[in-house]
Design a protein around this ligand. Structure first.
Ligand code: SF4
Ligand code: SF4
Length: 384
């Protein structure tokens, strides 16, 4: 028997977290007398900031180490997962690890009665409104918490690692047992609060697990790209360039449809067009060239290409004009400027509602990680 765990994480910012979870599953399982094996899958080369990636851990009570490695080590992806861990809940909208892979459902690999285990403060129905329907029932469990995003290659030590280990023990004790998790964390760190965090997550997850039936979730809206058979490949590496094109309006700049990166983002920029002073800085500084000049000297944003880096919000000189907002608040990548043009007051109210009062601070390079602060929202102009 083989138990398979996949850990879905955001490239670079959660790499160390995912690697530690995968590695510790193996060590804890081996302390329980089982055999374990862990590996990672780069989702791109080089792995990019925020891109959905996976680590894997495999545990067997009866195979030899060589047998387990031979069975699991040579594969690029797994066919099924007993537990699929998601350490950033915005990935429930789907993941596109490779440009040619298409946006795939986060629960795609979870087996019948298996478990999708998500670090999230959302209710379960707020998550399943994005996940794909499956022909069978599986379990959904949540660990209260925010995406533990850290800086480049840095680990944010906020106990998410320990809590996920405790949660895995709760949803599938045949992988690792909670007593073994606690004993390992105590032996390794000599810090009781780490073992306590695992136990508390274990207890909480037992209360926060539900069954997702085939009626729940959505019909998956994304197509899988058709890949050419090997004999249809062209000689050399061919990357088709889009024809250069520019016109005023949403989507007016030519972009390569093979390089949409919408599933890379945890946050998206919400723009208050009524506050914009047309300084052009967002358009100039966006590293993915997501802004389109539109009439009225404004700049629309193309969410299908936005990676949520926050640069536009950093450079915009007008307070509250561009604010980064939780990606799970949005159902559509439609042009916000089209919305604004058709109903300026309605758009502004909508934007303020989405912005709320949470303001995300995310210094990517320092490693201090993701923080949420409270901020008063600006009263919409001309709304009385
Ligand atoms: S967050 Fe802003 S700057 Fe970053 S990719 Fe998206 S639109 Fe561009
Ligand atoms: S940076 Fe802000 S003020 Fe400047 S053009 Fe963009 S949205 Fe407008």
């Amino acid at each position: 028997m083989i138990k398979r765990v996949e850990i879905n994480y955001r490239g670079i910012f959660q790499k160390t977290l995912a690697k530690r979870i995968g590695g510790d599953i193996v060590i804890i399982a081996s302390r329980m007398g089982k055999v374990g094996f862990s590996n990672g899958r780069y989702s791109d080369s080089p792995e990019r900031n925020g891109i959905p990636c996976k680590y894997f851990a495999f545990v067997s009570p009866d195979l030899e180490e060589e047998e387990l490695e031979a069975e699991c080590g040579a594969k690029l992806d797994i066919d099924e997962a007993d537990v699929s861990v998601v350490v950033d809940d915005t990935m429930v909208k789907g993941v596109e690890p490779w440009g040619w892979h298409g946006v795939r459902p986060i629960n795609e690999k979870v087996v019948e009665k298996g478990c999708l285990l998500v670090v999230s403060r959302k209710r379960h129905d707020e998550l399943t409104r994005f996940t794909a329907r499956t022909p069978y029932s599986y379990r959904l469990a949540t660990i209260d918490g925010d995406a533990s995003l850290a800086g480049l290659w840095v680990f944010k030590d906020d106990l998410t690692h320990e809590r996920v280990l405790g949660a895995i023990a709760a949803v599938d004790p045949a992988i690792i047992a909670i007593d073994a998790v606690e004993a390992y964390l105590l032996a390794k760190t000599k810090q009781e609060h780490r073992a306590r965090a695992a136990r508390e997550a274990y207890d909480a997850v037992l209360r926060q697990t539900s069954v997702v039936t085939p009626e729940q979730g959505i019909a998956w809206p994304h197509e899988t790209p058709e890949l050419p058979p090997w004999h249809a490949f062209e000689e050399g590496a061919v990357v088709r360039a889009p024809a250069r094109h520019f016109e005023m309006g949403p989507g007016g700049q030519s972009r390569n449809a093979s390089f949409k990166r919408g599933t890379t983002k945890t946050l998206r920029p919400v723009i208050r067009f009524d506050l914009c002073i047309s300084c052009t800085l967002c358009w100039l500084d966006c590293p993915d060239e997501c802004f389109d000049p539109v009439e009225g000297r404004l700049y629309d944003v193309s969410y299908a290409y936005c990676v949520g880096c926050g640069k536009c919000a950093d450079v915009c000189p007008i307070p509250e004009c561009i604010v980064m907002v939780d990606e799970l608040q949005f159902d559509s990548d439609a042009s916000p400027w089209e919305h604004y043009r058709s109903d300026p007051d309605g758009y502004t109210r909508w934007a303020e509602e989405k912005k709320g009062t949470a303001r995300y601070a995310y210094p990517h390079v320092t490693g201090t990680g993701f923080e949420i602060r409270e901020r008063e929202s600006v009263a919409p102009k001309d709304l009385g």
